[in-house]
Write a protein that binds this ligand. Structure first.
Ligand SMILES: Cc1cc2nc3c(=O)[nH]c(=O)nc-3n(C[C@H](O)[C@H](O)[C@H](O)COP(=O)(O)OP(=O)(O)OC[C@H]3O[C@@H](n4cnc5c(N)ncnc54)[C@H](O)[C@@H]3O)c2cc1C
Length: 390
């Protein structure tokens, strides 16, 4: 572990974001977005004007050059206040820009990356289906070439498609060859949500409001072959594009969300405990509360080190699939513990909607589930480290 000092440009970015969050994303607005399940597009546009979406795009395509550490700082700082802005940032800078940069065709890079760098396009992930969760390679949504291959017709349904209702494209994993074997029969296609035959229904998830998770149905949806991710080379070669290096970044995107949410919970509980008086003293005077807060801060520190160490490995282009899985596993599980103990510190006030703690709890419960569950990360780590099965 070589990397303990945050680079100066990253600290400056963090400071800029903190100012942006304080002025443009006050608590009352974050509460409203959560309550009304609202995506604040005008705030997102103001955020984009800071240039943060360019952090995942190479300069040659109009970006600032890929900087994973800085990207995680943006996610963490936004998640301290609101998933309704943090998740759309991921939909643009990560689901959109990072994927297109890594696995898109040259034409897709040229046309899409400059818009993504400007924050003008949002991508939703259409991977999960009613009968397909962790076992992504089993998707049943079909894609058939028609018109001598010029178009692709999609039929099927996706579930838990976050932000499909606010996206410009649904980045959809489809079964494109009914005959070929597992892993050789998948493609990724970009489907505009307003294409004829697409139906979107909001699901009522506990948290992550603003980038609402959706049920999406495709009925004879026709898209041009240019929307096959990777162009012709991507047809039936979707699996390598799903499990490419982008997957490692995706794991720590969730870690950064969990970290930001937990950091906000610690800040609120820390302050509350010093203000709330019982038996003539602030509750922070009592050892049980002091210890809960100190444990929470210590765990938060560990979460931060793991997240940014994994980001640093990725920036250095070093192997990171074990460390990113460890970060996803540890940070999302630990952030949940942190938030639950912060809720205890606030007693009854941690359980009512008038206080942000109630929202932090709902958000924290999600993190071990999405982006590859904790069990799946444990499988990844054991397999990567070649832990013997026999
Ligand atoms: C709010 C929210 C937003 C989401 N956003 C998106 C999105 O934008 N796009 C998208 O495609 N999906 C999204 N998802 C879906 C999410 O990625 C899925 O939860 C995930 O794919 C796992 O599927 P599942 O929850 O159906 O669990 P399942 O895969 O059915 O697993 C059920 C349980 O079994 C365990 N399990 C499964 N397989 C194994 C195994 N091999 N070894 C050990 N344990 C195993 C799991 O850990 C889990 O505990 C979202 C989900 C939620 C709740």
């Amino acid at each position: 572990m070589e990397h303990f000092q945050e680079a100066e440009h990253v600290t400056m970015l963090r400071d800029t974001l903190r100012r942006f969050v304080e002025t443009e994303m006050p608590r009352e607005l974050a509460q409203k977005w959560d309550r009304e399940n609202e995506f604040p597009r005008e705030i997102f546009d103001q955020l984009s004007a800071l240039g943060v979406n360019a952090l995942t795009v190479p300069e040659v395509y109009g970006g600032a050059g890929r900087d994973i550490t800085a990207t995680m700082v943006v996610i963490e700082e936004l998640a301290r206040r609101s998933m309704a802005v943090a998740v759309p940032f991921i939909m643009c800078a990560c689901y959109g820009a990072m994927n297109i940069e890594e696995v898109g065709s040259e034409e897709q890079k040229t046309t899409l990356l400059p818009k993504l760098a400007d924050g003008k396009l949002l991508f939703a992930y259409g991977i999960s289906e009613p009968d397909v969760g962790a076992d992504v390679a089993s998707v049943r949504t079909t894609a058939v070439r028609k018109g001598n291959g010029a178009t692709v017709t999609i039929n099927g349904s996706k579930r838990f498609c976050s932000g499909a209702n606010i996206a410009d494209y649904i980045y959809t994993v489809v079964k494109s060859d009914p005959e070929a074997g597992r892993y050789k029969n998948l493609s990724i296609v970009m489907i505009p949500p307003d294409a004829p035959g697409v139906t979107i229904e909001l699901q009522n998830a506990m948290g992550m409001k603003g980038a609402s998770t959706c049920d999406v149905t495709f009925e004879d949806v026709e898209i041009p072959a240019e929307n096959i991710v990777g162009g012709e080379a991507g047809w039936n070669d979707g699996w390598s594009r799903i499990v490419g290096p982008g997957l490692d970044v995706e794991k720590i995107e969730v870690a950064a969300l969990a970290l930001g949410n937990a950091a906000a919970a610690v800040d609120d509980a820390w302050e509350y405990a010093q203000e709330r008086k019982q038996f003539g003293k602030p509750v922070s005077a009592y050892q049980s509360v002091r210890h809960m807060l100190v444990d929470a801060k210590t765990k938060l520190h560990a979460c931060r080190l793991m997240t940014y160490h994994a980001a640093w490995l990725l920036d250095e282009k070093k192997p990171a699939s074990v460390e990113t899985s460890m970060a996803k596993l540890y940070v999302s599980d630990t952030a949940k513990d942190i938030v639950l103990s912060c809720q205890q510190v606030m007693g009854a006030y941690g359980y009512i909607k008038e206080f942000d703690m109630e929202r932090y709890v709902r958000e924290a419960l999600l993190m071990p589930i999405i982006g590859g569950s904790s069990a799946i990360q444990k499988n990844n780590i054991a397999n990567r480290l070649r832990l013997a099965r026999e």
